[in-house]
Design a protein around this ligand. Sequence first.
Ligand code: UDP
Ligand code: MG
Length: 162
Amino acid sequence: MLQDQEAHAAEMERTFIAIKPDGVQRGLISEIVSRFERKGFKLVAIKIVIPSKDFAERHYHDLKERPFFNGLCDFLSSGPVLAMVWEGEGVIKYGRKLIGATDPQKSEPGTIRGDLAVVVGRNIIHGSDGPETAKDEINLWFKPEELVNYTSNAENIFHFQM
Ligand code: UDP
Ligand code: MG
């Protein structure tokens, strides 16, 4: 049974999603978690952490040449972050859709940033931008044993195959 579940998990797509300190402080955890949950994605890991500046720099290493890098890493490490792994078919790309464009001025209404944020420096949420970054970010934020393999009772409904 456990082996079945592990094999299943190995083929399921996963992404790293984090509510940044502004989203946590504004009390938006349940609102954001609810959007992923209702869509039909499955939560397989979750924890609240205050990352160190060094950890924030590792998370955003791709952006180290950008002028906002230092401020961004200072901010990410300034308070609690809700780190999560969500699983489901197409979750990496669709997770980015749920989140909306990086700049909340350009995010569509109906998206998380479109509905709940105003400026790019306080856009409340992070989501992996592709399969490689998803893998790297999950490995950075979580130990393998923190990822929970389980079957959700709704899975056969959400992932019904015609
Ligand atoms: N960011 C910023 N100023 C910019 C662009 C990005 O402060 O001009 C911040 C913003 O919080 C963004 C994060 O840097 O979420 C990471 O940037 P990225 O381009 O990876 O955007 P994301 O993947 O978060 O949409
Ligand atoms: Mg990004």
